[in-house]
Every structure is written in C-alpha cells, then in structure tokens.
Design a protein around this ligand. Structure first.
Ligand code: ATP
Ligand code: MG
Length: 338
C-alpha cells in the first residue's frame, strides 16, 4: 500500500461535542501533508437504527468494514432506553479485540517523567467485561470473568506482531495469576506460547500490583505491555497520565480481519465544545497511528514531527497545555511546521 499512488478511502466519524472541530483540524493537517486519504464521513444518527439496535447506522458500520480503516472522534451516547451504547456497538459489530495506546513523553511538554516510551495493548472483548453478573441470593452477587484461549492467543499474537513491526524489544504480560490462577493463568499460558514464536523479542511476566509501582517509579522500564481487559482499562489510563493526560493520548482499536479504528481517548468535552478551544493532538496522533497501520510511515513521521515541534516550541498551545491558542491557531502552526 505504501507504494501505490491511488488514494485510500477511510471512514471518519467526527463525533459529538468538540469532535467536529478537532476532526476539521485533522483533515486540514492531512491535506497539508498530502496524505493520500479520502475521508468517508459518517455521523451518529438521531434515531435508533433497528438493524444495529443503536444510534450508529448499519451504513456507518458497513463503511468501516469496507474500508477496513477509520478514525473516530468522541461520541456521546444519547440518553434513552432500548439501545446499545455506541462504543459497545462498534466493539461488538467490528469485533475490535485489541486496544493499542502508544504513550511517549512529548519533548518540551514537562511532566514528572521525561523518558516514557511504551505501548499498552488491552484485550477488549472478554474478562470482567463479559457482562455476566447476577444476584445469587439477597446480599450475594456474582460476576463471571471469562478468559478464552482464542481471545488470549489473538491479543498476544497482535502484541508480538506489533512489537516486531515497530522495532520494539520486549513484551511484558501483566497479570494476577498468583490469585486468579485459572483465568490469568490461561492468559499467561497463551502469551508464553506466542512468545516462543518470537525468539528475538524478550518476554516477561509482571504481576499487576508490582507493575503499577514500577510504572510510577520508572516508566522507562517498560516497552510493550499486553493484558486482559480490566487491567488494560486501568493501566492504559495510568500511562496516559504519565505523559500529560487526555488531550494528548491517541489510541487505535484492532478488529477482526485487520480492521483498524483509531480514536482519541478523551470524551466529547461538552464544556468547551464549539468554542475553538479543544486540543486536536490526541485525535491527530490517533490519525498518525492509523497511517502507521497503513504503513504510510513517511507521512506519519512528518505529521508527528510537526505536532511535537509545535508543542515543544511553546508559542502555540491550547489552554489544556497552559497556552492561550485556539484550535485553529494551533492547527495553522502545525501546518506551518509541515
Ligand atoms: P464525555 O461524557 O463525552 O466523556 P466528559 O464531560 O466526561 O465528556 P471529557 O471529554 O471526558 O468530558 O473531558 C474531561 C475534561 O477534559 C473536560 O474538562 C474537557 O474540557 C477536557 N478535555 C477533554 N478532551 C480535551 C481536548 N481534546 N482538549 C482540551 N480539553 C479536553
Ligand atoms: Mg469522560
């Protein structure tokens, strides 16, 4: 794909709240960098589509299935009964089994750490999120944590493949198998099996409580981390915090058959929506993740460099980073750096 000149069609969900503003910024910057992508834009519907049981239409889902690649802004699930949440619909319908979050310190944007450079890979379909909870008798409830060999192998396989493709050296499986012997035990067993096929990548297992302590003491100890769903939810937010938080953190969801749906980690930020104040960095870096998935590394590098330089320079920064620039000023500054 990197060598063909035909444009690639990608689905774009601008989303709600600040979504349209930051999506506009991404489109502008991608145009400036001459990224060979044509966007197919889809908006969340105003009524429930009976075919999806959700405000996401069947056509939107088909668009991602057809293009196999997309970028998603924040979506606020409308309130009301009788429908599935938007994120759940996307996750289930597109079988988005892994959530990938690269976290690295942004040069020139000071946090407590200068040397974070890690990637969390979260299993996204089972574990404690299987939705199997019930009351046994009054005062006693039960929740089932499901771990399957199939889903564990699939996410482990993705983690090692990612490590190899991105020139990373180590994969750490995060677990609590000393207590969750059967479930986390099976997860680890699958990781070990996959590790054997990648002798060039160092494999280690770290108990989650120890992992938290190590991350906070010295995040540079980690490279690629792979883990079951709930641990991934918590650890990936912890890691986002290490580098400066919501406005900066990209992510990408990997689905069956190589679908990639990149998205910012933050929500729709209704408090600043429509005011030209939002920081587009997280969505932009998610777009960069998407370009890397498409092996458009030249374009990805160029855009990433321009964003980092603009932030490091410090002249144009949005309010969440302590600056006073608008979304459009910041966007223009990035275009100038291109
Ligand atoms: P939602 O219900 O969609 O998650 P929320 O009210 O939880 O919305 P978040 O989007 O999660 O809001 O944001 C939490 C805080 O972080 C808000 O104060 C918001 O303004 C800020 N924030 C989030 N994303 C950005 C961004 N891209 N740029 C600037 N500030 C942001
Ligand atoms: Mg939120």
């Amino acid at each position: 794909r990197a060598f063909s000149s035909a444009p690639i069609t990608a689905t774009l969900f601008p989303g709600d709240g600040i979504g349209p503003e930051i999506a506009e910024s991404v489109k502008q910057i991608f145009r400036e960098a001459e990224v060979p992508i044509e966007w197919e834009e889809h908006y969340v519907g105003t009524e429930i589509d009976p075919r999806t049981q959700s405000f996401l239409t069947w056509e939107s889902l088909e668009s991602v299935r057809r293009n196999r690649v997309g970028l998603k802004g924040p979506m606020a699930t409308p309130i009301g009964k009788g429908h599935r949440s938007l994120n759940l619909t996307l996750r289930k319908e597109l079988n988005l089994y892994a959530n990938v979050r690269p976290c690295y310190s942004l040069p020139g944007y000071k946090t407590r750490y200068d040397d974070v450079n890690l990637v969390t890979i979260r299993e996204n379909t089972e574990g404690e999120y299987s939705g199997l909870e019930h009351q046994v008798v009054r005062g006693v409830v039960e929740s089932l944590k499901i771990i399957t060999r199939q889903a564990s192998l699939r996410v482990a396989e993705y983690a090692f493949h990612y490590a190899k493709a991105h020139g990373r050296e180590r994969v750490s499986a995060i677990h609590k198998a000393n207590i969750m012997q059967k479930t986390d035990g099976l997860f680890l067993k699958c990781c070990r099996e996959v590790a054997e096929k990648y002798p060039e990548i160092t494999y280690e297992e770290v108990v989650i409580d120890n992992c938290c302590m190590m991350l906070v003491k010295n995040p540079a100890l980690f490279d690629v981390l792979v883990m079951p769903n709930l641990y991934g939810d918590i650890i990936s937010d912890l890691c986002a915090g290490l580098i400066g938080g919501l406005g900066l953190t990209p992510s990408c969801n990997i689905g069956e058959g190589g679908i990639a749906l990149a998205e910012a980690v933050h929500g729709s930020a209704p408090d600043i929506a429509g005011k030209n104040l939002a920081n587009p960095t997280a969505l932009l870096l998610s777009g960069v993740s998407m370009l890397r998935h498409l092996e458009l590394h030249d374009k990805a590098d160029r855009i990433q460099k321009a964003v980092l330089e603009t932030i490091a320079e410090g002249k144009y920064r949005t309010a969440d980073l302590g600056g006073s620039s608008t979304t459009s000023d910041f966007t223009r500054a990035i275009c100038d750096h291109l």
